[in-house]
Design a binder for this molecule. Structure first.
Ligand SMILES: [Zn+2]
Ligand SMILES: [Zn+2]
Length: 159
């Protein structure tokens, strides 16, 4: 996940990305993700643009039934390495790295893109039935006698 500014050819080239990013997300979201894909690098005189899309996957809790499953998501990447290290430019949502030469480590930027793109409450399958709000049973695996809008009588009368 590195870019060598001293060896990077001018103009367009491809950068293959494949590796593991520690995401460290709390609350049942992935602690790490495998990412891979090919990014496009545009090496201009004053800056290097890295963009494209990566595929990420990691282990997460289903937003419906709380079972652990492998979640896959697309990660749009837009990173700019600015060689004018004194610049105070900040270009919209593009992640900015200020570095004149040598190896640029894209790890932190790609980690940030991967976290930003993580979906809200992903489901283990599109038709995950989730947990019963009455008795908490996993409705993918079993059925219960609760009706949709009825509260389990044991909870009734609780403050
Ligand atoms: Zn589920
Ligand atoms: Zn139930």
């Amino acid at each position: 996940m590195k870019l060598d500014l001293d060896r990077q050819e001018t103009g367009h080239s491809d950068l293959a990305i494949c590796g593991t990013l520690k995401l460290g997300l709390p609350d049942g979201r992935p602690s790490e993700a495998q990412v891979e894909g090919i990014l496009e690098v545009q090496n201009l005189e004053s800056r290097v643009l890295v963009n494209g899309s990566l595929q990420a996957e990691g282990l997460a809790e289903c937003g419906g039934c709380l079972e652990e499953f492998t979640v896959r998501w697309d990660v749009p990447v837009e990173v700019m390495v600015l060689r004018d290290v004194d610049s105070d430019e900040s270009e919209g949502a593009t992640l900015l790295i200020l570095q004149r030469k040598g190896e640029v480590n894209l790890h932190d930027s790609l980690r940030e893109c991967t976290i930003l793109a993580y979906p809200q409450a992903p489901l283990c399958k599109p038709d995950c039935k989730g947990l019963c709000p009455g008795c908490g049973i996993d409705r993918n695996q079993a059925t219960c006698d609760c009706s949709e809008n009825e509260i389990d009588p044991r909870w009734e009368g609780l403050p």
